[in-house]
Write a protein that binds this ligand. Sequence first.
Ligand code: SF4
Length: 549
Amino acid sequence: MTSSTTTPPSRPARRRRGEGQWALGYREPLNANEQSKKDDNPLNVRARIENIYAHRGFDSIDPGDLRGRFRWWGLYTQRKAGIDGGKTATLEPEELDDRYFMLRVRIDGGQLNLAQLRTIADISVEFARDSADLTDRQNVQYHWIDVRDMPTIWERLEGVGLSTQEACGDCPRVILGSPVAGISADEIIDARPAIEAVESRYIGDRAFSNLPRKFKSAISGHPGHDVVPQINDIAFIGAEHPAHGPGFDLWVGGGLSTNPMLAQRVGVWVPIDEVPEVWEGVVSIFRDYGYRRLRSRARLKFLVADWGIEKFREVLETEYLERTLVDLDAPEVPATPVDHVGVHRQKDGRYYVGVAATVGRISGTLLNRVADVVEAHGSDRVATTPMQKLVVLDVEEDRVESLVEALAELGLHARPSQWRRNTMACTGIEYCKLAIVETKARAADLIGELEKRVPELDAPITVNVNGCPNSCARIQTADIGLKGQLVLDENGDQVEGFQVHLGGALGLEAGFGRKLRAHKVTGEQLPDYVEKLSRTFLEQRDADESFAH
Ligand code: SF4
């Protein structure tokens, strides 16, 4: 017989290893993170911080709390100063740990009154060495927090209705919301009641404090994708149903990191009073069916990709809601997500003014000045945005220009250059233990250089600077996505640099940038590289052509 007719020896069918899905009976923890969450509900760490660690100090902290459960209250150890990026992957976690913490304050929906803004600012000045970054999830992030100060910090924040609960960890994180909810003339529905309902019912609910990994939510009644729905685990976006009227279009399964996936529409319309119940159904699917064996596969997006959206909808309707949802045809998707920068008329005739804080870096001192300026111009409200911007709300028409000028004097521009408006940066090596390179200062320098070299740029080119492959500043969805890594300089020495991804976008033509192997730049080469790309774009573009398309 010839080999072509030989029957290969039969192998026993390979059993698919369980992925640790609770709903399929895999309740035993399959890794150290799952074990830690099972041993003690991470929300319990608050009591230990208040009763023990705040009195006895850093050295008294149990390692399982320090590198695990602290996150459920918004606390991460920050990176010890002076450790270069080449050592990030080689050192043990305790060698990278500083004795201070990053603390994240969740601002669900991004809405702040001036009392809240001043409280955030004062905590920064008193307890965080004046640090305060605006994140791309509408949070404020402090550094240099001492565990001994946490009871006072919580007392101050909670006294004005703010919280750090579940700001990090394997739980429902801050809920993104339209910064201009309730006032935008373009809005389909004011989503604030839905955000408040989800927050008050489920944040801190122990039924959802042990998820396979983080769960990112967005609820916005604005049709302009101002909460970047395509990269959230769940998003409700304002949509008009031809028969039922205003409500929400449901998306699930988006996320970036090292395995980026775009969210998919479930194809259903959800009225505002049903948002909490549907949110609960989706997060319950994630809790029960989400993969818990490997953390790299533990986001909802992997389950949605494996099941397909039809099966996801069927499970949601039959197992969790026990009813059928209303079908909805795809609403229009905007060309790009709206950032609300500039001066815009509200539906009540007043104005809102969106300003660019350079790469989200601000300070407590600056925030107090912002509060003074805003108050002096007759407003009591500001909002943070998912693009690391600030928006001042409710400004009378005759105060707008004076406000714009006063904010510009603080370095917050309502009419920024394209470079300042469209560059984002993650935390980077200054504080992040996973970082390989510096990001914030480098991105700010890059903006300054490009404003001098290519001031004529008249179309958006998004530049997102990340300190490692994790994509906190969305590498893959930028026109120019920069992934921090060590690269070789012209002398063959390893230096801080970036792998470039080109041509990513969110919105109508959403897609991930392509990694171009030859495009690796050192930090020093970055201004030359971006200048060259932008000049090529300006010279070769057709009318109305964007950088990505
Ligand atoms: Fe840290 Fe990497 Fe996230 Fe930047 S992308 S904040 S370096 S984990």
